[in-house]
Design a protein around this ligand. Structure first.
Ligand SMILES: [Zn+2]
Length: 389
């Protein structure tokens, strides 16, 4: 049996215990105190094998001490500590082990992935496998809310790296890796009209809601499904009382693109909006804030991962995702990025969030094998697959 796989299977109980501890330390994106508590706890989990640095905002950088003398370049692993679950969710959704799965808020997205990576590093150390690169794990505390404060940190670390491994969950119960992700953004549309009594002064009013409704019909029409461009008005607010002609209305619109060039298409579309009712004013702000992760960047890495997974008896597939991650930023810089290397399960952001226990060991082993491999260089043409163990 593969020695990494054996290591992970031998340490399964310990890994489950670590996952439990992280899940039971709740860490919603909007709660700085709990994020700090989580960062402190995670630092304790890795402090014996890594140098840990904490940044304002609660982001962590862990540089691992690994076997092998000469370190050539850097490999960056990316994770996040925050979850979409509010404080107190554990009361209704406690951590539990049942039906071959681990359940709980954030277990799949993505606390288990963090534990997999730490145990992969432990395996490399205990099996004394030389690692050709410096290995850094960055754990961001604001991924679920757009990574505003961690983005610069992620990009800086990526620029120094030969490859980026993202510990987000895989796709579906097969755990497919993610080699492309859509770019994500949002636009805000504000309409200003004119208030008036809906009965006494009807013609004096300029109805901002009616104007918005007409605008949104145009906006929804910017969707181009065949090109993977979607435009979805998601939130609308306006009006005060039914007998007042509403003076204001605003809408938030989610946009997704497959290609970076399509950001410009959307920018042009939104800039072209013109008022129907000349007494109203329409204002548009926003844009794409996570550039798309295009497939070409991670293709070679995926090929390597597939070869290594085959040595573990796993047939690895790739997928593309409509959702964004911090991997979007690193891929957009041209750094080869492979995403979806974390846990296998289902129900991210949903009450049935859970991971498959039987896939913990092979994911951990795959991470160890990837890190031990030469991620920065193309494999030799025509040679046999690179066997590590
Ligand atoms: Zn995530």
């Amino acid at each position: 049996m593969d020695s990494f796989l054996r290591y992970a299977r031998t340490h399964l109980d310990e890994m489950i215990e670590s996952i439990r501890e992280l899940v039971e330390c709740e860490s919603p994106s909007d709660d700085p105190a709990s994020l700090k508590r989580f960062a402190d706890l995670f630092a304790v989990h890795v402090s014996d094998i890594a140098r840990v640095k904490t940044y304002s905002g609660g982001h962590l950088r862990c540089e691992f001490t690994l076997p092998g003398a000469k370190k050539d370049g850097q490999v960056l692993a990316l994770g996040h500590s925050d979850t979409v679950w509010p404080m107190g969710t554990l009361k209704t959704m406690p951590f539990r082990q049942k039906s071959g799965r681990l359940w709980g808020p954030g277990v799949l997205d993505m606390k288990a992935g963090l534990v997999f990576f730490v145990f992969a590093m432990r395996a490399l150390r205990e099996l004394d496998v030389p690692v050709p690169h410096r290995v850094v794990l960055q754990v961001n505390s604001d991924e679920e809310v757009g990574s505003g404060s961690s983005r610069a940190l992620t990009e800086e670390a990526a620029r120094r790296s030969v490859a980026v491994l993202v510990l987000e969950p895989g796709t579906g119960l097969e755990g497919k890796l993610k080699t492309s992700r859509k770019g994500v953004g949002d636009y805000t549309i504000r309409v200003r009209g004119k208030a008036a009594h809906a009965g006494l002064d009807f013609t004096q009013g300029a109805n901002a809601i009616v104007e918005m409704a007409r605008q949104l019909e145009r906006v929804a029409g910017f969707t181009r499904l065949e090109r993977g461009i979607t435009v979805s008005p998601g939130v609308i607010r306006g009006g005060t009382r039914s007998n007042v002609v509403p003076p204001e209305c605003s809408a938030e619109v989610d946009v997704r693109v497959v290609r970076a060039a399509d950001e410009r298409y959307l920018a042009r579309c939104f800039a072209s909006l013109k008022v129907f009712d000349k007494r109203c004013v329409v204002e548009v702000t926003g844009g794409v804030n996570r550039p798309p992760m295009e497939r070409a960047g991670g293709r070679r890495l995926f090929g390597l991962a597939r070869t290594l997974a085959a040595e573990l008896g796993i047939e690895l597939e790739e997928s593309s995702s409509g959702g964004g991650s911090d991997g979007n930023f690193t891929a957009a810089l041209g750094v080869p990025t492979l995403d979806g290397l974390g846990a296998v399960g289902e129900g991210a952001h949903a009450p049935h969030e859970s991971i498959l226990i039987r896939r913990i060991a092979d994911r951990t082993a795959l991470l160890a094998k990837l890190v031990a491999g030469r991620l920065g260089r193309p494999p030799q043409a025509g040679g046999p697959p690179h066997k590590l163990h």
